[in-house]
Design a protein around this ligand. Structure first.
Ligand SMILES: *[C@@H]1O[C@H](CO)[C@@H](O)[C@H](O)[C@H]1NC(C)=O
Ligand SMILES: *[C@@H]1O[C@H](CO)[C@@H](O)[C@H](O)[C@H]1NC(C)=O
Ligand SMILES: *[C@@H]1O[C@H](CO)[C@@H](O)[C@H](O)[C@H]1NC(C)=O
Ligand SMILES: *[C@@H]1O[C@H](CO)[C@@H](O)[C@H](O)[C@H]1NC(C)=O
Length: 156
C-alpha cells in the first residue's frame, strides 16, 4: 500500500514537471493578446541542389513536390509545393518548440527531381535544415517565420 502511494506521488510530481512549459506558453499568448503560430515556408527549385541557380529568379521551380518535415527521422508534417514551387507548413507552438525544431528537424523533398527535369536524378532527394528569420504579426497571430537554410542533394 505504502509503495503504491509512493508511486502515485512520483507520477504526480513527474506529471506536474511537464505542465509549466505549456501553461507558460499559453499565459504568454494571453498576456500579449496574440496567438502564436509557426510557419515554415520556402521555394524548391528544379536544380541539382534544389536552390536558385546562376540564372537567379529565372531558375525553374519544382512544382507539386512533396515536402516532409522530419524530426528525429519521423515525418511530423508535410506539404506540396504549388505551381510556383512554394510550400508552407503551419505548426502549433504549443506542440512544437522552435529551438527543438531548429535542432532536430529537417525538410525532405520526397518527389524525385527527375519529375521536374528528366536530366536530374530519379533516386535520392533534396534536404535542408531550418532557420528562424523573425516573426510577423497578422491580426491576432504572431507568426514565427522559419525557412530552409538551403537545400542539398542526398543520395538514397
Ligand atoms: C541560364 O539561362 C541560359 C539562357 O536562358 C541557359 O542557356 C542556361 O542553361 C541557364 N543555366 C542554368 C544553370 O539553368
Ligand atoms: C504559390 O503560393 C504563393 C504563396 O502563398 C503565392 O504567392 C503564389 O501565387 C502561389 N502560386 C500559384 C501558382 O498558386
Ligand atoms: C535540366 O537539368 C540539366 C542538368 O542540371 C540542366 O542543364 C538543364 O538546363 C535543365 N533543363 C531545364 C529545362 O531546366
Ligand atoms: C512574437 O513572438 C516572438 C517570438 O516568440 C517574440 O519575440 C515577439 O516579441 C512577439 N511579438 C509580439 C508583437 O508579441
Amino acid at each position: 500500500m505504502a509503495l503504491k502511494t509512493l508511486m502515485l506521488v512520483c507520477l504526480l510530481v513527474a506529471a506536474m514537471a511537464l505542465i509549466p512549459p505549456i501553461a507558460e506558453a499559453q499565459l504568454g499568448g494571453l498576456i500579449s493578446g496574440l496567438l502564436g503560430l509557426i510557419r515554415i515556408q520556402g521555394t524548391v527549385f528544379c536544380t541539382v541542389d534544389g536552390n536558385m541557380g546562376v540564372n537567379g529568379t529565372a531558375t525553374p521551380v519544382f512544382p507539386y513536390a512533396l515536402v516532409q518535415l522530419q524530426c528525429g527521422g519521423n515525418v511530423v508534417s508535410s506539404s506540396t509545393t504549388n505551381g510556383s514551387g512554394i510550400f508552407s507548413i503551419l505548426l502549433d507552438p504549443l506542440q512544437f518548440l522552435v529551438p527543438s525544431l531548429i535542432n532536430n528537424c529537417n525538410l525532405a523533398v520526397k518527389t524525385p527531381l527527375s519529375n521536374c527535369n528528366t536530366s536530374l536524378p530519379s533516386i535520392g532527394g533534396l534536404s535542408s535544415t531550418l532557420q528562424v528569420v523573425g516573426s510577423t504579426v497578422a491580426g491576432l497571430l504572431n507568426i514565427t517565420n522559419i525557412i530552409p537554410t538551403g537545400f542539398g542533394f542526398l543520395r538514397a
